[in-house]
Design a protein around this ligand. Sequence first.
Ligand code: GCU
Length: 742
Amino acid sequence: MTRRGRLGAYTFRFFAAAFLLLLAMPALTMPVRAEDGYDLWLRYRPMETSAQAQYRPLATAIVSEGISPSLDAAKTELVRGLGGLLNRPVGAGAVQDGAIVIGTPTSSPLVAGLKLPLSALGKEGYLIRSISLSGHAVTIIAANSDIGVLYGSFALLRLIQTRQPIARLDVSSAPRLKYRLLNHWDNLDGTIERGYAGHSIFDWHKMPDYMDPRYTVMTRADASVGINGIALNNVSADPWILSSMYIEKVAALAAVLRPYGIRVYLAAKFSAPVELGKLKTADPADPQVQAWWKKEVDGIYRRIPDFGGFVVKANSEGQPGPRDYNRSQAEGANVIADALAPHGGTVFWRAFVYSEKDPTDRAKQAYNEFKPLDGKFRDNVFVQTKNGAIDFQPREPAHPLFGALPKTNMAMEVQLTKEYLGFATHLVYLPVLWKEVLDWDTMAKGKGSTVAKVIDGSLEGHDTSAMVGVSNIGDDRNWTGAPFTQADWYGFGRLTWDLNLTPEQIAREWLGMSFTNDPAFANAVVPMMIASREAVVDYMTPLGLHHMFATNHHYGPGPWINDLSRPDWNPTYYNRADAKGLGFDRTPSGSDATSQYAPPLASLFAGPDIPDRDLLWFQHVAWGHKMKSGRTLWDELIVHYDTGIAEVGEMRRTWAAMNPYVDDERWSQQVAFLAIQEKEAQWWRDACIAYFQTFSHMPMPAGHSAPPHDLSFYKAIYIPYAPGAPGVTSAAFHNKPKDPIE
Ligand code: GCU
């Protein structure tokens, strides 16, 4: 090289180095990296330097002998996670000190040679163990299947992300529930029923030719917490999803999900044989209808061999169903189940069935319909039952069907999306609610017959089990619309894997992975998250009140609404406020819904010892009734509303002090959201008290202020375009006030 050439090369190198330094500058000068929540709990940001030094020798290389898409996913995640956390590349390598050896006895001779106790782990479980291999201290992640290895890899990363010691590991874990599913209520036009995090992330129009990389990110997040199935579309289903055009798109999504152990499900419309098949009927007893489902299902499995099955909403809120043909729910479910059975598919048949023509208390209708059908559903059918008998309220007694159908596979459906809980801006940590229902004792077979034992199959010896969550995922940059709603997605998966986890444990893990492991942070924020659930019950629907929500969109209070087309859509139907008192009499002298529960519960709920929290759900109580506290019902109600507001105030103060631990973006968004929550908690309280006071005519108890406006002010509050409502229906124009600009 000539002198000039050498000089040129030096100059080039100098400028290149300077350029790189310049690029690195912002990272060096910015104290905290900007965060927008996109990376969820899989952030893998570099650990503190001391922790890096501690963990680096324990994660030096990844040894994987087999090849499969799921093993690749496991390896890629370990490379990404360890590289980020340890702040240095960790790649494939040979057995050495600190190696992480992953595999199954079938794919890896190394793993096979260890003769590990894997038999109890089933298809999805994993074992993580620190062992000595050829004289080297290594960590082994072993399982019976490649998916188990993937779950184990996420588990090891979680241990590191939450700063658990990993030098002497001996962890075995298998999921408690077989089906751990999310139901997306996403419409094919991109809207989401009850979605508060933007539009659907499924861009159907561009599929299958363009598959948004976000599908993979979502899938990794699902798999990291053990979710193993997702239904892609709204339960109020569009039949088009079953057309060949859409099945091609569904197949492309299934291919993205497959390496992560996630099967695709679809919500099917019961009348699809008519709409898509051009048959004259969808009667399940009609041989042509049976043949249609079989042909449709065979066609789906040709394209998607591991298709999961269908979720069906039938005879509910205007959806067609078997009753339209005088057939039972079981006959409806079974025709679809029979088509799926040869392929190993499952029907999730929803118990959310109630009719505008049936004057029976809505809370009783599903039980009345399904109880006589126990034992009539095929083995590959789950009766998918909401946690409570009405509809995802801040608090409901457990659904009476739990424990009442011993010969039926029961799945519990909960809502992650916060339809009745203030949408994305109210911080309500939902694992507390779910755990309360799981721990609920149905007494069906004596004490200890918890809902958890019903749905994990152990109470009646079923060999299958399921829990389903209505997704809160949308195309918002942070996926779920708020920093803290991510905890519900995380918590749903973790809880369905291990029903014994406590909400506190889950919160601590999630906070460590999503923010920081500083104990001072968790010690302040975990109690805040736990308290958030009772707070919302207190400021929205205390003492067993329910369905006090504004029409259609369900945002804000509307306890006075009484003119909707169906009686059981009116809040007045539920609160029954009158001159005498408040609450729905469901005792034997009222609707007798109490008798749908096991006898000890039935008498508890109908009698004087009923817990305060369920009181107005089951009983109509005089305003002046003396509560356990010694206060009147009226005073007690107000104390609860104010306790809820005070708790939100406390949450605001707690979060305000967390600024040093959290990036500005997420911290300040949450600051604003908590301010919204407090303002709206006040709105709930004032509106409800203003309405109930027109009946009680009782004064505010000492120390509690009267609502600042009269009832007409609260009635006039109108929100025309709250998100998530199912279409702009005439109901959206309900009570539209005159509002001229003057
Ligand atoms: C609620 C919700 C509806 C939903 C229904 C269901 O009623 O408001 O939007 O379709 O539940 O679970 O089917």
